[in-house]
Design a protein around this ligand. Structure first.
Ligand code: DGL
Length: 266
């Protein structure tokens, strides 16, 4: 494309609102890009589902995003990345950016030598997770913590409530008492719970992947000459497979201005 200027949108998807934690970083770093975000709320949650089913959803959504003109697709979901990103790369020509929990930086940064990884069952069962743990898990003891009902709380916009505080306390009290000094967020929904985790466990560092994945998406756009034109105006287009109104109602509770939700609606 002439001058590497590509007006097509970036595609992004998740089972629900979680991937917006990647989107908010991406928008900050690449404000000229238009994003088409697919929230697969009709199939939320992905975490406990069979990987084959998540893979099928990922293929269908990638098809839809390619139809919408996506020049690059960010799999803004750890569970879908674990189940499908390798196959997506085989099947589609469009480039993909996927996610994997930040085990490597956590293992290196931990002073106590113990880190807690908070993720869904689907992410823990995937090969992607085993491969990073095989490679970097030797540097620290790792506590795998399955986040029961945490994604559900976030999907309802309950990130700053007594229920959210209680849920993160219940999930992490054990590993923190055993000495974990870093909590790795291995699910994009959990990024919205970072303030609740910090409030409950002030001595613990919280490590997410929203920003590194957004940076990786920007780097891929630059490498492949896919960046938006200099005069482009960024926008967010939403596709919601389930209840759109419920989805839009959650956005302001996650720190998105009501204006952004209204714009995203049109
Ligand atoms: N946000 C997703 C992830 O990163 C999935 C949450 C869910 O649907 O269970 O794993």
């Amino acid at each position: 494309m002439l001058d590497g200027m590509d007006p097509r949108p970036v595609g992004m998807f998740d089972s629900g609102v979680g991937g917006l934690s990647v989107f908010r970083e991406f928008r900050r770093l690449a404000p000229r890009e238009r994003t088409v975000y697919f929230a697969d709320t009709a199939f939320f949650p992905y975490g406990p589902r069979d990987p084959g089913e998540v893979r099928k959803r990922a293929f269908a959504i990638a098809d839809r995003l390619v139809d919408a003109g996506a020049k690059l697709i960010v799999v803004a979901c750890n569970t879908a990345s674990a189940a499908a990103v390798a196959d997506l790369r085989q099947l589609f020509e469009v480039p993909f950016v996927g996610m994997v929990p930040a085990v490597k930086p956590a293992a290196r940064a931990s002073r106590s030598g113990r880190v807690a990884i908070l993720a869904t069952p689907g992410t823990f069962d995937g090969e992607l997770y085993s491969s990073v743990v095989d490679e970097f898990g030797k540097d620290a003891a790792i506590d795998r913590v399955v986040g029961h009902d945490l994604a559900e709380l976030v999907e309802r916009g309950e990130v700053d409530t007594p229920a959210a505080r209680e849920a993160v306390r219940a999930a992490l009290a054990g590993p923190v008492a055993s000495g974990a000094d870093i909590v790795v967020l291995g699910c994009t929904h959990y990024e919205f719970l970072a303030p609740a985790i910090t409030a409950e466990f002030p001595g613990v560092s919280v490590l997410g992947t929203g920003e590194p994945v957004a940076k990786r998406a920007c780097a891929r756009l630059a490498e492949l000459d896919l960046e938006a034109p200099l005069d482009a105006e960024g926008a967010l287009d939403l596709i919601v497979s389930g209840n759109r109104d419920a989805f839009l109602r959650t956005l302001p509770k996650l720190g998105f201005a009501p204006r952004e939700a209204a714009e995203a609606q049109s």
